[in-house]
Design a protein around this ligand. Structure first.
Ligand code: PMP
Length: 324
């Protein structure tokens, strides 16, 4: 028998997919870890589960309690699923710039959703800081605090990194992905570097994020902007701090969109903008490294979460972008 134990038992163990078009183009094996196949639909199910398990083990989260989080959507969706499965309540503070699909999913799952103006991290009303304050003022509530809670990267160290190592028989030359909290990039990089320090670890960053310059120069500076959601950061989180990252590649939106539509039309893989950044950056890295290398990245979430944006031609055109 092979039976999973509820939602929680179904998180992780996602397939690793060879991306044919991009592998042929580069002469490398470009492999995408299909995190959009997680039961809550994104890579963030893993972090959500570890954060809740950690709070339970520490006795911080008790029956009937509430999980509060500030999130661009995917972590909130993962948390809301797990809260339903385990009998907790869920309160999500989200920047009002995020897609309607993610807001709708959160409400459908029964989470209390508080959209707030998107202001910078320095502002006391930033969604992350606000969620921390709300949690501290509530009875029997925890703040998931995905950005600085190390249970997040631990999830990727113990599960995503381990799975990538197993699925490739250790034959992996490079690991590259974009970051929001840094949990995925850092956790997997730590695991793979412990196994083989020669594996190259690379950040894929959208425009508008300060992390590309942080990896390149040690200083957080940003330029430009991006339509991608859930990735890029203005600061170095606790989850990113000390992560063994060798290099960074920056991808502009037109290239990201082109890759998203190539994945859809030529591979039949329907994913969101962060996956476009990841695969575009993996291709750039493959060209830098030369043929014959195995490069692993993340397919973070489904394109269905961005139907009204990335896959709406009017919206796309209004951003000055096109599928080709
Ligand atoms: N892609 C998407 C669509 C996301 O929502 C996130 C998380 N916000 C990421 C990538 C990055 O994941 P992490 O938080 O582990 O850096």
């Amino acid at each position: 028998m092979d039976i999973k134990n509820g939602f929680v038992g179904t998180v992780g163990n996602t397939p690793l997919i060879r991306l044919k078009r991009f592998s042929e183009e580069t002469g490398c094996d470009i492999l995408g870890k299909a995190e959009f196949l997680n039961p809550g639909g994104s890579v963030k199910d893993r972090a959500a589960l570890y954060i809740i398990k950690d709070a339970e083990e520490k006795g911080l989260l008790k029956p009937g309690g509430t999980v509060v989080e500030g999130t661009a959507g995917n972590t909130g969706i993962g948390l809301a699923h797990i809260c339903n499965a385990k009998g907790y309540k869920c309160l999500i503070v989200i920047p009002e710039t995020q897609s309607q699909e993610k807001m709708d999913a959160l409400r459908t799952l029964g989470a209390e959703v508080r959209p707030v103006p998107a202001v910078s991290y320095k502002d006391p009303n930033n969604y992350v800081k606000l969620s921390g304050r709300i949690a501290s003022e509530m009875e029997n509530a925890i703040w998931a605090n995905q950005f600085d809670n190390l249970a997040n990267r631990q999830a990727h160290y113990e599960t995503t990194g381990f799975e990538i190592w197993q699925q490739t028989d250790g034959k992996v030359d490079a690991w590259i992905t974009s970051t929001g909290t840094g949990g995925t990039l850092a956790g997997v990089a730590m695991f793979l570097k412990e196994k083989n320090p020669a594996i190259k670890t690379v950040l894929a960053d959208p425009m508008g994020s300060a992390l590309y310059s942080y990896i390149k120069t040690g200083e957080t500076k940003s330029e430009g902007s991006s339509i991608t959601e859930g990735i890029g950061n203005s600061r170095v989180t606790a989850n990113m701090e000390g992560a063994p990252i060798d290099d960074a590649i920056r991808i502009e939106d037109p290239e990201c969109i082109r890759v998203v539509y190539q994945l859809l039309g030529e591979e039949g893989i329907f994913v969101g903008g962060s996956s476009g950044i990841n695969v575009a950056a993996a291709v750039t890295l493959a060209k830098q490294m030369g043929p014959g290398h195995t490069i692993v990245t993340i397919l973070c979430d489904s394109g269905g979460r961005y139907q009204s944006r990335l896959f709406n031609q009017e919206w796309l055109a209004a951003q000055g972008l096109s599928p080709t």
